[in-house]
Design a binder for this molecule. Structure first.
Ligand SMILES: NC(=O)c1ccc[n+]([C@@H]2O[C@H](COP(=O)([O-])OP(=O)(O)OC[C@H]3O[C@@H](n4cnc5c(N)ncnc54)[C@H](OP(=O)(O)O)[C@@H]3O)[C@@H](O)[C@H]2O)c1
Length: 328
């Protein structure tokens, strides 16, 4: 089937300025960590990307190691770009990262200039792109001087291989240093990608304040706690779900205590006329410093559900209190 994007796609999405930069990102972005690997059905990947683009999602987030196998999500994405999105590259904001283990030996991991630059070269080849819009240091490296990692980010921008740079998983003190060094180098830090959801609120302990004060955006990853903040696990662990197959969400993480909270949150979402997934996304977007919520999905139907979050982003004081009481 030939894909033709919907003409009214930009009317369905809200776009938010990323920190003090010139870039606007969609309030909801799509990540390709799971469900876009070599093991996954290409037709389903295509459907999800079509649905996303038709809904005004312009930002697609990748990393060198996404798959499985590592590298294959970038290959899948590159294949679909070539097949379905010729002529639309300038309407997309594509990111990739390096920082976790990618190849054996001392140069395929962490934050050296050697690793970051060769990894980005490989990512560009896999996606068949001349440049990415955003390149991240995927995690801080305790052994490499932070100056070296930041200089590598600065270098890829000067080489024209990335337009912007960002950091991910940096604690507030590390982020502060990185932001300062990048500013001095003349390549400002665009964005911080951090895990943030109702179940994971570490960014509220200083990072959000830092980013707000320094004009750096925040994109919240795993906003649905990998599916726990949806109705996916209300009645056990369905076959094919992430908890049934992936190492990152283990069945034992879905404890009775957690399920109890999920059920109460689900009831509150229903009373707001939303699904739990929609409410979990809306709850993150209530903070103006959150530029975008970076969701994952295993089907176009899930994407459809999650996008409806934008229809009700307001919370009453009473609802917010109830959420705090449930999460306590
Ligand atoms: N920087 C980093 O270190 C880092 C780390 C992790 C992720 N990320 C980025 O963040 C992105 C999102 O992470 P994530 O996939 O963990 O996000 P998430 O949105 O918290 O979880 C996505 C999963 O939740 C389930 N789901 C989504 N919508 C649903 C719905 N409406 N109803 C029921 N279930 C639903 C699906 O699981 P099923 O598969 O069970 O259907 C889906 O795969 C990644 O793709 C990646 O780009 C970055």
């Amino acid at each position: 089937m030939t894909y033709l994007p919907l003409e009214n796609r930009y009317q369905q999405m809200t776009y938010k300025r990323c920190g003090n930069s010139g870039v606007k990102l969609p309030a909801i972005s799509l990540g390709l960590w799971h469900n876009f690997g070599g093991v996954d059905l290409l037709e389903n990947c295509r459907e999800m990307l079509w649905k996303a683009f038709d809904s005004g999602i312009t930002h697609f987030d990748l990393a060198n190691n996404y798959g499985p196998p590592p590298g294959s999500a970038e290959e899948t994405f590159g294949q679909i770009l070539k097949k379905d999105f010729q002529g639309y590259r300038d309407e997309m904001f594509i990111s990739t990262k390096a920082g976790y283990t990618m190849w054996p030996g001392p140069y395929g991991d962490w934050g050296s200039r050697k690793y970051l630059i060769s990894s980005l070269d490989q990512s560009l080849k896999r996606m068949n792109l001349e440049y990415v819009d955003l390149f991240y240091s995927h995690r801080p490296d305790p052994e490499t001087p932070i100056e070296e990692t930041m200089m590598a980010l600065d270098q890829v921008v000067r080489q024209g291989k990335a337009l912007y740079v960002g950091i991910s998983n940096y604690k507030p003190e590390q982020a502060e240093q990185a932001i300062k060094i990048l500013k001095e180098l003349g390549t400002p830090c665009l964005i911080h990608q951090a895990k943030y959801s109702m179940f994971e609120r570490w960014v509220e302990g200083g990072l959000l304040d830092l980013l707000g004060n320094t004009g750096v955006g925040l994109i919240a990853f795993s906003p649905l706690a990998q599916g726990m903040l949806t109705n996916r696990y209300l009645h056990g662990i369905p076959q094919g779900s992430r908890a049934s197959k992936a190492a990152f969400l283990k069945p034992e993480m879905i404890t009775d205590e957690r399920l109890n909270k999920i059920r109460q949150l689900n009831d509150l979402a229903i009373s707001r006329g939303q699904t739990l997934a929609e409410m979990a996304i809306a709850w993150l977007l209530k903070d103006k410093r959150v530029t975008s919520v970076l969701i994952g999905a295993s089907s176009a139907a899930q994407l459809d559900d999650n996008l409806k979050a934008l229809n009700n982003l307001d919370f009453s004081g009473e609802e917010l209190k109830t959420i705090e009481r449930i999460l306590a």
